[in-house]
Design a protein around this ligand. Structure first.
Ligand code: 3PG
Ligand code: MG
Length: 398
């Protein structure tokens, strides 16, 4: 595995200013944080730096503002962070300049502050050198604990690591370790489950995975495109017919690489997409013309479970069916619980990520039983695509 400086490599940082990039891009409603998972994930790093006597200065973005925008202020997130930590977090209403410098000067060793949304400045997303230097002026060291923003080459995710001594935080460290064990250098056989609505958003990912894993289970709406490419009539199902050739290409690449492609053999179909709709199970070559596939069927679930039983490593992104709506959550829930049970029994290393996936695992009640669940969305996908993440690359010690 590539080498990173971590918090273990910090010397005496008492009184030093640690600029700590965290991902506080959390779901909010009516000015309140509705899911504090991302805050909880970085709490360990913040506490550790604070306990070591650093002035802990948190840097984060929120939303995608086009300039200063009071609706996208991090102030309410500072309160939520304070609640999670059980320690005071001072909000500083800017992220560069004299006022910020003064506020940080006044902090005591161990104090924690959160600066305003870095994306209020245009330079941030341009990775502008001048803006990087303005941010860096308020820090002695840089700690990046935001894997989920590491696919962005921004000043606060990449630039700062080029001008200040840079370290991976504890969450970044854990994430990189889990990902390395998942796909970088995994125990074989490796099974990947990829689901979700469309293949158009996951082409790079599928192409990369077939070269790396021993079996690729394809579920969700995107499986329909593969079934149609194979000649099945998928009725009214969501299907990207124009990508049939691409789907065939992926199957050819898989065959060449020795990767088994596991498609549904049966499906739960309904005439309408709504909770409690009348549904039935059919073989995938018997989908009625007026029905749509909304979940994988029980035979498919058994097949996927068998693959999981043979696997040493499982990487999962995307649900197997329309899990948000009952009864179309059954396949996702059954497979998630099976993978969780095998992980708990010590027989499987399981890594899952992506927004929908985390929601699906939470729905199945097993998110805590996987080896590692990433809170990253885009960054997790880019990692599965085999891409280099700028925020990670820059932390590697050469
Ligand atoms: C996320 O929520 O996925 C990360 O915080 C990155 O946000 P972005 O997609 O707006 O860069
Ligand atoms: Mg995103």
């Amino acid at each position: 595995m590539a080498h990173f400086r971590t918090l273990d490599d910090l010397g005496d940082i008492r009184g030093k200013r640690a600029l700590v990039r965290v991902d506080l891009n959390v779901p909010m409603s009516d000015g309140k944080v509705t899911d504090a998972t991302r805050i909880e994930r970085v709490a360990g790093t913040i506490r550790e730096l604070s306990d070591k006597g650093a002035k802990v200065v948190l840097l984060a973005h929120f939303g995608r503002p086009k300039g200063p925008d009071p609706d996208l202020s991090l102030e309410p997130v500072a309160r939520a962070t304070s609640d999670v930590l059980g320690r005071n977090v001072t909000f500083i209403p800017d992220c560069i300049g004299k006022m910020v410098e003064g506020a940080i000067f006044a902090m005591m060793p161990g104090d924690i502050a959160l600066l305003e949304n870095t994306r209020f400045y245009k330079g941030e997303e341009k990775n502008d050198r001048e803006f990087t230097e303005k941010l860096a002026a308020n820090g002695d060291i840089f700690v990046n604990d935001a894997f989920s923003a590491a696919h962005r080459a921004h000043c606060s995710t990449e630039g700062l690591a080029t001008v200040l001594p840079a370290y991976a935080g504890r969450t970044m460290e854990a994430e990189l370790e889990a990902l390395e064990r998942g796909l970088g250098n995994p125990a074989r056989p490796v099974v990947a489950i990829v689901g979700g609505a469309k293949i158009s958003t996951k082409l790079d990912l599928l192409m990369n995975l077939v070269k790396k894993v021993d079996a690729l289970v394809i579920g969700g709406g995107m499986a329909n495109t593969f079934l149609a490419a194979r000649g099945e009539d998928v009725g009214k199902s969501l299907c990207e017919h124009d990508l049939a050739q691409t789907a065939r290409q992926i199957m050819i690449e898989a065959a060449t690489a020795g990767c088994a492609i596991v498609l549904p053999s049966d499906a739960v179909v309904a005439k309408e997409f709504k909770a409690g709709a009348d549904s039935m199970v059919v073989a995938v070559d018997k989908v009625p013309a007026d029905a749509m596939i909304l979940d994988a069927g029980p035979k498919t679930v058994e097949t996927v479970k068998e693959w999981i039983d043979r696997a040493e490593t499982l990487v999962w992104n995307g649900p197997l069916g329309a899990f948000e709506i009952t009864p179309f959550d059954k396949a996702t829930v059954a497979v998630a619980r099976h993978a969780a049970a095998r992980t708990k029994a010590g027989g499987l290393l399981s890594v899952a990520g992506g927004g929908d996936t985390v929601a699906a695992l939470n729905h199945a009640g097993v998110a805590d039983d996987f080896t590692y669940v990433s809170t990253a969305g885009g960054a997790f996908l880019e990692w599965m695509e085999g891409k280099e993440l700028p925020g990670v690359e820059v932390l590697k010690t050469r």
